[in-house]
Each structure stands twice: as C-alpha cells, then as structure tokens.
Design a protein around this ligand. Sequence first.
Ligand code: NOJ
Length: 578
Amino acid sequence: MLISKLIPEMLHSSVESLGRTKKLTRVLIVETKWWHNAVVYQIYPRSFADANGDGIGDLAGIIGKLDYLQTLGINVIWLSPVFRSPMDDHGYDISDYCDIAPEFGTLAEMEALIAEAARRDIRILMDLVVNHTSDEHPWFIEARKSRDNPYRDYYIWRAPRTDGSAPDEQRSNFGGSAWEFDATTGEYFFHLFSKRQPDLNWANPQVQQEVHQMMNWWLDKGIGGFRMDVIDLIGKEVDRGITTNGPHLHQLLQEMNAATFGERDVLTVGETWGVTPEIARLYSEPARRELSMVFQFEHITLTWDQQDGKWTPRAFDLREFKGVIGKWQSALGDTGWNSLFWNNHDLPRAVSSYGDPGRYRVESAKMLATALHFLKGTPYIYQGEEIGMTNVRFESVEDYQDAESLGLYRERTLAGVSHEAMMEGIYANSRGNARTPMQWDASENAGFSHAEPWMKVNPNYREINVATALDDPGSILHHYRVLIRLRKERPVIVHGDYRPLFDEHPQLFAYERRLGDQRLVVINNFSGQPVALELPASLRGLAGESLVSNYGPRNVLGQHLTLQPYESFAIALDTQTT
Ligand code: NOJ
C-alpha cells in the first residue's frame, strides 16, 4: 500500500533570503509493509519449552505456548534453527535444510506450527544459515571424497603451503585457524566458525541455485520470511583476506531476492556485524531490492574492549551509546529501516548488561523496554526478556554449553589469560547467558521440562518466571504488552521522526518522536541514581496523555524534572500545549 507521509519541517535556506522563515511541508512517499509495525519475538527452540520430556525444547513445546505469545501481542516468531543438525553449534550447523532435527520434532509438526501460528496472526521467520553447512551435510560428505567430486567446489579448498601448513593466517571466530586440513584429499577447507561448519563457496552458481531452491521450498510452506545468519560473509574473497562485505555481496542478495522472496510479502533481516549506516541503506532501501532490514551491532560492541573484544568487558558509557543509537535512527530515518534489539541468543541478557539485575531489576527492565520500543524500527524481543531474565554465574565454563565460549576459553587460557579473567568475560558476555531454559514457573526445572534440562536453569527461576509475572499487573511482562499494543495503535511510534533530547546528559536517554501534529516525549533514566534537572523552555509546560511509566503515571512536564532510579515514561503531547 502506498501512503503519503506528511512531514512538516522548517527549511531555513532560500526562504530566509526573503527576510523571513516560512513553514514548508515535505512529502515522502513510503510504501508501508506489515512488518513496519510488527514486533518480533525470538525463540531459541532448544531452551524454550520441552513437550516430550527429553530435556530439550521442541516444536510441540512452542505450539503449546502460542497462546501466551498471542496474548503478549507479538506478530512474528524468529525461530533459531530447527533443521536436522549434529548440533555442534546447536543447530547453526545444518546437515539437511529440508528436514527437522529429531530432537525438535518432525516436518509435520513444523507445518502445524506454521498453521497454528497463522491462526493467531503470527508469522514464522526461519533462520537461514547459508554461509556454511555442517560437515555432516551430504554436500560436504561428497566434497571431501575426492578433488574431482562434483560437490568439491561447493566449499572452499586450498592447497597447503610448501611446509604443509595452512594456506594463510586467517582465524576462525570460534578460535584457532580458519583452515582445517583434510587428510583424504590433502587440502585445507575454510571455516569461519567451528571446523564442523565448513563455509559454502558462494562464487559457485550451483550453490546459489541450491540455496534459492531451498528458500522457495520453505516460502511455499507459508513462512513469514528469513533471518539470515552472518549474511555479510557470503560475498567473501578468501584469497584477498576479505570475509565481511565482500565485493559480490549485494549482487548476491539482489539475485537471491529476485529468485526467491522478492515478489512475496515477507520479512527478511540480515545479521550483519560489519555494517555501517551507509551499507545498511544498501541492504534496506526498498528500491535496491535486497532485504527488509539488518541487525547492526554497534551499540552492543560499545561494552567490549576495542582490542580484546567481548572477553574483556568495557564500562558502559551512556553518551557513547546514545550517540550510536541516534546516528542509526537518523541514518535510516527516511530511507531504509532499523531493527531494534538489546539482546539475542548470542548476547548477554539486556537487564544484566544495561540495567540492574539486582535491586532495580523490574524498574530497569521496564525502562530498557520503553527506551527501545518507542524508537523507529522493528523491535525484537528475545525469549525471557519480557520477564526480565538475567545472566547466570556458573562455576565451570562447561556449564555454558557453548562452542564459542569453550573454544575461546581454551585458546586464551593457553595464551596466558588467567582462568579468573576469562570467567569474568564469560559472566559478562558468554552466549550461554541467553540460553538457560525459559523460566515458565516456580516448579522444578522452571517448568521448562519434566526431565533434567540440557543446560542448567538459572537458579533465580523461583522468583523470575512467567507464571508469577502473569499474576502481577505491575510485572515487566505487562509492561511489554502495553508497549506492543501502543505500537499498533499509534503511527507516530512507527513512522515519526526521531529527535534526541538532553544529548550530553550522562544519565538520561530521552527523545521525541513527531509525525504531523502527533508528538511523543520519551524520558529514561538509564542509571541507578536519581536525576534532578531544570527543563529547557522548549519542554516546559508541555502536557498530554501518560502512555507508559514504571513508577507512576506522568502527564505534565513542569519546570523541574526529578526522576527515581531507572524511572522512565512516555507522554503523548496534547497539540494545544506544544
Ligand atoms: C551467528 C549465529 O547467531 C550464531 O549463534 C552462530 O554460532 C554463528 N552465526 C554461526 O552460524
């Protein structure tokens, strides 16, 4: 559907030469898509709900929780991989793209999930992991048989150097060399993740066609789109050491779009760690026919050491953080589209990273939700975020059950990093923090499973769980419901301009959203200390409707503003007062 969006703004240039400033109206033509006002909920199936009592979450478990998700108000489920897999990287190593891992269920159950979700107006995004496959994928089993096997060129093979060592020094993201020697054929294959995840050779047109065919097969089943795993790696040129943002990337995506989802009304979101705002526009500007949106991680990596990365955490600086969020809000304000998230299955829990998982857990989790859900873009909620689940401190790195944490623990402790320093990094940033079983109630195993769960539950489940949250009208869960509903009701939240407020304030993250004469003010105290300040004349005396708050309703901005720790609220301003 095409709608005209009227954006009044003051233009000072040519009109000022006439000696006065005149209000002009700029008209933007925006094609609205269903996913512009959608809210996505990410499920990590292994840890969500176990229906068959084997300690591992499954599709039947998800179907059993669809009513819960419908009441929450979400429209889309991003399902982390459920395909057949040896689970070296918990499903991000796929051995059959057209079948379901037996521990998760069957293809028939997957079809039932798509249909049951559709009955509740919920669409399913499949996780498209096509930078690599599992080493148990039939393509790779064939490819490693001989150098002239027809599948050889589906992967990236290079001869050893004369001394027999790996072709070059490129490193895997999970530690160690990116090259693994294959004794049968005497060559190395390339893998940017574990050695059980060989990279596909996207320069081979047959690989492209196979992937397109498989995508269409899933699209024909009625899915709502794809989340595309590390998609910015597929245009790589290994011989030039280029892995991210390779020269063929955008062409490959345009071809994929044309061959698969281009004419279908679906959501596509790319995982792109190496993206800049300029590159994000290449992906998400509709006229370029690539993707709906991408995930950028610039705000996430602000708490990582610049050299050492996530294993050496760096203190959070709100001004830096606001700068990054504001930059992305403006850069994709008129063209392209933002995805909005604080956490996912690879990241620590939001309330532990940016809030206070202790004394102010409820207040800070609500504040984080408000700060995110009033931004422009499509919000993503990661399972358990809506009840304020926290990071976990296990004694042993083994308990985090994660190929990355284990691989890097080994590599870095061998290189001299102390066990204690490494564990601090793991407590702050291990992916395992996000993967402890979903906390449904206070019964044994948090109501996740009747059997011993594949991964230990967070011991705080008796206090933090869905059942308790459902019974408490003041819970974080109810706060999320309100935020999701507001997005559906108010176009200003979806389409309005973003204008930062109090840019230099070290504790406040505040902004305005404007669309025509609709105006919202959102104010968040991002700290555990109270804030008191004098409001500028431009905000003083503004009043309206209190949309959401985490202490008590607020509907007027006076001369002074005093905020409690992590206090946050949004007001829809009365146009008469503005
Ligand atoms: C990104 C995924 O989100 C992560 O979980 C996975 O390990 C890597 N890609 C490799 O597929």
